[in-house]
Design a protein around this ligand. Structure first.
Ligand code: MLT
Length: 244
């Protein structure tokens, strides 16, 4: 790896600027965390959709019994959907072997924004180590934070910082931008202060606390619990296999 750039908000990066790069999307509360859980639970693939109606149309084109509709608006399960956006809803019993049609407010938008990147991976705290390992094979990496409701969100920034911190330790002479340095500082401060508490007071975390979804924050803070790297390719998110 030669260069690592962090962008605190995905929409501040022109999609064309991501050509030739490996892009890592972070929406730790909760889209990328939940997708990592879903793949770990055996979901066959995840199809991210921008709008609720896109998701409904996509689901209508699939065979009954082969898919689940999941996601949120305003943090809540969408009318007529099978699942919301809480990681623990995505159990092997419910999603094993299924296609997941998925839409969230910021996370899926950020994924689709990165469409021109060479490779698109999804990161959260639960898979930070697995993602970092996978990134070592890539020369130019851009980390895009999804943010919350169009604003920078500390939860995503500190997750980006966890990746930066590991990569700075692993790659000599790695070139990073100022946002990467700031993110790494935020991560170090969060580990000293308490990760769950830092997530709770972040923009994304405050929304979840208001909705009584504290369990989701705790699930999202389980550092490197999962050995799964979601990769978004050909409109689908699947599990990256080690050799690819
Ligand atoms: C999003 O994509 O905006 C988030 O996942 C929001 C949420 O979890 O409620």
């Amino acid at each position: 790896m030669e260069s690592l750039q962090v962008h605190f908000l995905s929409r501040l990066v022109e999609p064309a600027a991501l050509r030739g790069s490996t892009c890592v999307i972070i929406d730790v509360l909760r889209a990328t965390t939940t997708i990592a859980f879903a793949l770990e639970a055996g979901a066959k693939e995840v199809i991210p959709c921008l709008e609720v109606d896109d998701a409904r149309r996509c689901a209508a084109s699939l065979n009954a019994g082969t898919f689940m509709l999941g996601g949120e608006r305003g943090g809540k399960k969408i009318d007529g959907f099978d699942l919301g956006n809480s990681p623990d809803e995505y159990t092997p019993q419910l999603v094993g072997g299924k296609t997941l049609v998925f839409t969230t407010t910021n996370g899926t938008r950020a994924m689709l924004h990165a469409g021109e990147a060479d490779t698109i991976l999804l990161a959260a705290l639960v898979n930070v180590e697995a993602v970092t390992r996978a990134l070592l094979r890539h020369a130019k990496v851009d980390i895009l934070c999804a943010g919350t409701d169009g604003e920078i969100s500390r939860d995503d920034v500190l997750t980006a910082g966890a990746i930066v911190d590991q990569l700075l330790g692993a790659v000599e002479g790695l070139k990073v931008n100022d946002e990467a340095e700031i993110a790494a500082d935020e991560w170090r401060a969060a580990t000293a202060y308490g990760l769950v508490e830092c997530l709770r007071v972040s923009r994304g975390g405050r929304n979840l606390v208001e909705l009584g979804l504290d369990n989701d924050i705790r699930a999202a803070a389980e550092l490197s619990r999962l050995d799964v790297v979601p990769i978004f390719k050909n409109s689908r998110i699947t599990r990256l296999v080690a050799a690819s």
